[in-house]
Design a protein around this ligand. Structure first.
Ligand code: BGC
Length: 732
């Protein structure tokens, strides 16, 4: 029998027992009155909790490492915090979920993987983010979890960060907006979503030891801003602090991050949880950490006996322990975990796979299309499909977020990958099969690309070639911007043999393309997720218009990066648990808040592809810009489809300079689908914070003239305008 179902059945029994327990004793449990506020309900429970019970809620297990101590009904997963049955406080059952309910090593899992986070960002579509979040939130519930450790919103400061695939690109407004929508989607199922990794966990090399040193204004206007937008609009139940240090202090014991920013400035009422193995002492509690997660990974279970001892000695106050417990319970009430106990069962992977496919169809970015090679003709006589394990499936990212549904195929991981992760997992949606299904009488031949000469020979005899290249990436290791395993050589050999070559990239993020000029067409498909092969084929054959836009700049070389050498890369590191970590080192951010496109605007350098870039099978024109000022800035303009096909465009509005500062900033965008010849007038209003600078401990909008550009990407200003905006301040 399917092991997942056995586990699911156990959880179902448990939650039924829990539900009926709560209901029968409901009258006595005043906190079960949903009309009361989450704070009032949390206070009522707190009155009943003993000190030891409070402490029990403040530290959680890593079930995967519990061995025989793991109760049978608890799944192999990221986290478990036992509840207090006598009061109906539910167990917290946590699953990783950057891209779906993670498999945590379960070999026969049935969760549905979404395309990667950076792919989701490439949709520039909050509705898709909400629907994706709602789908995985529903699956969490159906798989017996009430917390998803989703919500990675660390900005892409370096294309070599091994976890970029889990995050949402380089811009704080885009990343924050899509993260908020995902959180809302997840929490619409009464499943807690986290925001992580707070903060500036922007590379994997040395993540346990590095010290991120950044000026406060730059920090507030970049990495923190992405979190601020996500947390303000998404109201996640929880925030997870990062492994690294920030300004000399570990993020999980950092009063500036955990108390000043989150609680005092942003007034966020939820609970902070540590990353797994990120707690170094009970001082974390006074700094603002509310819950120690994955306690098996810390040197001690600091928030158990040591915390009790610290309360006894007066180092930590009893009031602080109550506050920690209050924040935890408050979120469980606010999100609905008490009122809507999870009930395993009822997964509909067919319908959920379509949600993932729709997201991927919107995420695919067409980078180049010479001589309209795309969309491919279904009737093409000879099609050669080469490389990328396209006969097997689509690549996915490794580490804690790994979703490996049934049918996935795992290839050996490269040298240097963390020992604790799995192999290179390919999700079972083969692009080759999806292409074959569409070619009617056309002949499709496949070559795996390992023998470049054989691949070139096949390409030479074909009318059209589709070459797939993949870049696997994982938590715990950074990557190179060059494709691995000699794939650049493969593409060069194939494009030399046949210029009618379409290159499909399945990468973690930006990569170099030394063969770019030789390729006929280039398509970025990211990590495509469930039914990803189908989504790729639909775009290749023009069943959907390619409508993704780059959420990160693709640099032309490593020399263009803010830190051409990855900090810590000169030290021996395999990051991970129990593995060697390098000596502590500092990472500096001379680019400040000028991440990605903003730094190219300043330096005048030309990247390979700019932020916001992406082609369609039709063409668009913008006209008639009117910019209105006052309290904020509003741009109104008309978008027209100038081509012969229906298509979807994402016109973007950038601030190019203000009265005192010249910094390019994305301040808004619109996504429009137009029939051939159709025009639509759109209005984009800038959130005031996007016009502000961080100064004198708050957000300040300088009064005066603001210049804006409207364009199809960060490097192309199709329309320009300006207006006057009134001076003002905003709450932090
Ligand atoms: C990762 C987190 C994850 C946690 C639990 C850590 O290694 O950094 O993103 O949620 O493990 O699996």
């Amino acid at each position: 029998m399917h092991r997942g179902l056995v586990v699911g059945a156990c959880v179902a029994t448990l939650s039924l027992a829990l539900t009926s327990g709560v209901q029968s004793a409901g009258a006595a449990k005043a906190w079960m009155n949903p009309k009361l506020s989450p704070d009032a309900r949390a206070d009522l429970v707190l009155k009943e909790l003993t000190f030891d019970e409070q402490i029990g809620l403040l530290h959680g297990h890593f079930p995967t490492l519990m061995g025989p101590k793991k109760p049978a009904h608890i799944q192999q997963s990221a986290g478990w915090v036992p509840g207090v049955p006598r009061l109906g406080i539910p167990d917290l059952t946590e699953s990783d979920a950057s891209l779906g309910v993670a498999s945590a090593g379960r070999k026969d899992d049935d969760a549905t993987p979404l395309p990667s986070g950076v792919a989701l960002a490439a949709t520039w579509d909050a509705r898709t983010a909400f629907e994706s979040g709602a789908m995985i939130g529903k699956q969490a519930r159906q798989k017996g979890f009430n917390v998803l450790l989703n919500g990675g919103v660390n900005l892409l400061r370096d294309p070599r960060n091994g976890r970029n695939f889990e995050y949402l690109g380089e811009d704080p407004l885009l990343a924050g907006t899509l993260s908020a929508a995902t959180i809302r989607g997840i929490q619409s199922n009464h499943i807690v979503s986290t925001s992580k990794h707070f903060a500036i966990n922007d590379q994997e090399t040395g993540r346990m030891v590095l010290d991120a040193v950044i000026d406060e204004a730059a920090f507030r206007e970049s990495d923190l801003l992405a979190f601020e937008i996500a947390i303000e609009a998404g109201q996640p139940g929880s925030v997870m602090c990062a492994y690294n240090r920030v300004g000399g202090t570990y993020a999980c014991e950092n009063p500036f991050l955990l108390t000043k920013v989150l609680r005092d400035d942003w007034k966020w009422p939820g609970w902070t949880m540590s990353d797994w193995g990120a707690v170094h002492g009970v001082n974390a509690a006074t700094a603002g950490l509310d819950q120690e997660s994955g306690q098996q990974l810390d040197k001690q279970v600091f928030f158990d006996a040591p915390l009790k001892a610290a309360v006894k000695s007066g180092e930590v106050s009893k009031a602080r322990v109550r506050e920690m417990t209050h924040r935890y319970l408050r979120s469980l009430f606010a999100v609905g975990v008490f009122d809507h106990p999870v009930k395993a069962g009822g997964l509909d992977t067919k319908a959920d796979g379509l949600v993932a496919q729709r997201a991927e169809e919107q995420a695919i970015v067409l980078l180049k299309n010479e001589h309209s090679l795309l969309p491919m003709l279904a009737g093409a006589k000879q099609i050669a499909v080469i490389g990328g394990h396209a006969d097997v499936g689509v690549v996915s990212g490794g580490g804690s977020s790994q979703v490996a549904p049934l049918g996935s195929v795992s290839f050996a991981k490269p040298k240097g990958a963390p020992s604790w992760g799995g192999g290179q997992v390919y999700h079972p949606s083969a692009p080759l099969a999806a292409i074959q299904a569409r070619t009617g009488g056309g002949r499709v031949a496949f070559n795996d690309g390992t023998d470049h000469a054989a691949a070139a020979a096949l390409a030479h005899n074909a009318d059209v070639v589709v070459v797939f290249v993949t870049q696997w990436s994982t938590e715990g290791m950074d990557i190179s911007m060059s494709l691995p395993d000699g794939q650049d050589g493969l593409v060069s050999a194939v494009t030399a043999a046949n210029p009618n070559t379409i290159v499909v990239l399945e990468t973690a993020g930006p990569v170099l393309m030394p063969w770019r000029d030789k390729a006929g067409a280039i398509v970025e498909a990211w990590y495509p997720g469930a039914r990803g092969g189908e989504a790729i084929a639909r775009v290749l054959f023009g069943e959907v218009d390619p409508q993704g836009r780059l959420p990160a700049t693709f640099p032309a070389s490593e020399a263009q990066l803010a830190r051409p050498m990855l900090p810590g890369a000169d030290q021996a590191v395999v990051e991970g648990f129990g593995a060697a970590t390098p000596a502590p080192f500092e990472v500096h951010y001379p680019e400040g808040s000028d991440i990605g496109y903003r730094s190219y605007a300043k330096s005048g350098q030309t990247p390979l592809y700019p932020f916001g870039y992406g082609l369609s099978y039709t063409g668009f024109k913008y006209a008639g810009l009117k910019v209105a000022g006052g309290k904020t800035l509003t741009a109104t303009f008309t978008v027209s489809n100038t081509g012969k096909r229906a298509g979807t465009d994402t016109p973007q509005v950038y601030l190019t300079s203000g009265p005192k500062r010249h910094q390019q900033r994305l301040i808004g965008w619109s996504k429009v689908t137009l029939k051939p010849g159709e025009s639509r007038t759109v209005t984009v209003a800038a959130p005031r914070r996007m016009l502000a600078s961080w100064a004198d401990h708050g957000w300040k909008v300088d009064g005066g003239a603001y210049q804006v550009a409207v364009g199809p990407n960060a490097a192309t200003a199709s329309l320009k305008g300006s207006t006057k905006v009134a001076a003002g301040t905003l709450k932090p």
